[in-house]
Design a protein. Sequence first.
Length: 320
Amino acid sequence: MSVSKPFEDFGDVEAIAEGLDDRDPGTRRVTVMDLADTAAPEAIPYLSRAVADPAPEVRLQAAIALSGFDGPEVAAALAGALSDADEAVARAASDSLCELKDPKAADPLFAFLTHDKPFVRMSAFRGIKELRRPESLKPAVTALGDADASVREQAVAVIGWLKLEESLPALISACRDPSPAVRRSAVSALGFSTSPHAAHAVIAALDDADWIVREIAAETLARTGAADAGGRLIRALSDEYWQVTLKAVRSLGKLRVAESVAAMGPLLAHETSNLRKEVAGALGEIGHASALAFLQKHVDDPDPDVRKNVRWAIGRLREE
């Protein structure tokens, strides 16, 4: 029985690459697509070359195509394209950098973390984020002082992905950043730590002027396991945004804060069905007998998902 060779159905890479020398940009663009279809590592040098093609449509296709490949050579080609005069090409290169998985691909990106263009710096941090290289911590902490908020936001994300306890002071400081986007990223990143310092910073974020920061803080508190967060989460049940209230309900359920039942029960009559569903589930998780009186009033809720959670919660309370 014959065994097929990988990529043989797509033709020889070198033969396909000859199309990159064609005068017609359309032909060169199709060549880039054909090279990408091979999925062969041998196509990387040719695709890297196409990122510098005279025609923007070819460069764009090459930047997109490189998202299917990995390694330092790919990272270097995409990083060079971040300064492309065509915005679409630069953005495609930035997006493709996020697909890198090989930790070694971070090596050529480190040099771009201090580039003179904020977009390039931001994109370089995006590229190294999921690669989790410990060497990323120092430049990321330094970048928290960057003048551009998008750079600071991505730097915080890098720190958060590293999940290093030594980064806590930097993340806590970023929770007070002038940019709501940076604060959102910082508060979420603190969820990896069970340190009281992290929990206190997240609790403080429940008073943030930005409701999305408050929403993220309410959700993150359950991950920190903060034993003293119950009182502040109960106060968050009356937040003017139901989205914040929903996340507070969810965290109170996970933390099993029995003291929240009295404040949470009336929310089973809230106009938002998603919130009512979460309240029923949280009351079941908490498992306090006082919740039964609230739940029994809503066994016939008009929303089937709410009814399902109400009946589950009642069943669990009776079992306990």
